[in-house]
Write a protein that binds this ligand. Sequence first.
Ligand code: AGP
Length: 608
Amino acid sequence: MCGIIGYIGDRDASTILVQGLKRLEYRGYDSAGVATFTEGTIPVRRCLGKLENLERLLRDDPIEGKVGIGHTRWATHGRPSEENAHPHRAGKVVVIHNGIIENYLELRAHLGKLGRKFTSETDTEVISHLIEEAVLSGRDIVAATREAIAQLEGSFSIVVMHQDDPETLVAAKSATPIVIGLGEGENFIASDIPAILDHTRRVLFLEDGEMAVVRRDGVTLTTFAGEPVSREPRVVSWDPVTAQKGGYRHFLLKEIHEQPQAIIDTMRGRLLQEEGDVSLDELAGCEWATNAKRITFVACGTAWHACQVGKYFVEQIARIPSDVDYGSEFRYRDPVIEDGTVVVVVSQSGETADTLAAIEAARERGAKVIAICNVVDSSIARRADAVIYTHAGPEISVASTKAFTTQLTVLYLLGLFLARRRGVVDAEAAAPLIADLVNLPSHVEECLRRERAIEKIAKKYGDARGFLYLGRGINYPIALEGALKLKEISYIHAEGYAAGEMKHGPIALITEQVPVVVLLPKDAVYGKSLSNMKEVESRGGRIIAVTDSPSAELEDIAWEIIQVPTTNPCLLPVLLTIPMQLLAYYIAVYRGTDVDQPRNLAKSVTVE
Ligand code: AGP
């Protein structure tokens, strides 16, 4: 997620802007820039990399002014570069933006026909041209912004400056946050509270569909349509660090709760509900993907669990033979890659050494490679033949959560995309699954509402010496992921197992001291999993059942039941993941471990 800051007052704007952007560094970014009003113009300073590069640039080539905007970019469209960094200019209009404009290519083509030239690959630059077109038609900056945003589809929070109106900043909000800071003779705009806490604690939050006209002596709120909005300022009590966590105790919990929005952002522009289809522009022209004879998924850790779900789904829906391997295994086992094999690598960071090496091993043997990454222009993204980005935003906590569920989302989209193009599934058959995908974020929200109940369960079982996690079929990888989450943040040993395998050994572990988490959706193998639970219960095991269908029979056997909503069986892995994440989180909190930076772990394993 990008960082946004705006300032209008009587102090040096560029100092306040850079200071505010520093408070937003935790959000992750790859480039930065500022613009200020000075002597009738709006000079812009932008650079690739960290804010210290921008500070160096401003020392060498300073910009004066008491009004300005600043931005840290987390690339979603267009690689990290100075040209793609914000602010973006079109004539006398300068804009910064956080979000994803779904129809930017269409708008760009329309503006191109009007003779407009573009200097970047971004969706944001399109906004600046739309606003300038309206200004040139005689609108003032407020009306021009209103006219432009009416043409936008997608998510956007923007702040706009116009050279001929140095006393006005215009902000508009749709889907990504905007907060207005109220000072004495000065006012602020930001994408997040930490950016302005050094100056004021009185804030106004914009809601979706609202605009703010911000001047040094006051702020006017309206809807996009121009209707007045009245809202009482709130006083923020958070300290800056708490504010960076959005009020959550840890980044991990914040990111668990960000998953509905992250899934929405990842599906944005890719679901064609009316056509019962999926749009993956990233695979346009990649016949080799559509005609794949086999798909080999390669990843590490949590991303490997996502691949295990992907394998089940792609084989089920697209009927393409699939297999999964660890990057660290694939790279050294001299794999046999037959003609028509496509290797799909999954990596949140895009920098995992074993996964990157696996790409080389695959390409040396003639395979084409698709990468699923969360970091634009990362090493893995650059080495692949095609990249499909998740749009989870920066994941700060070492344990992966929203990156995982957005990886699952992309894998569902990929499976559907291939199934539709191979004619294995027609629009009618795909429609219900697509409808279930549309409902997935609200189903995840419902899972998150179990948080308090799961916290209680965590306290009851937090002293256990070890856990066993059981799942079957497409949910077996979620048992693995649940066990990994617990291990890596609470330091309790935990093992994920295919439920049908329990009697082949792990059953020897069952005692009252080893709670057993059983993933038990009402699917085709429900009865088999219930039998597994009875085997556990008859040996004194304490069962924590996670299901979409509680029953009296289940209540007789399970010590705890966590319910998730019912959905398409192949989407249940996403819903079952949420209780796994919350259980691991609250057990870790109960045991007092370093939840966001667990011992021995790194966010990106860039070494073997
Ligand atoms: C996830 O909770 C772990 N921190 C770790 O297993 C991680 O998934 C693995 O290192 C792969 O990282 P990547 O997705 O960045 O490639």
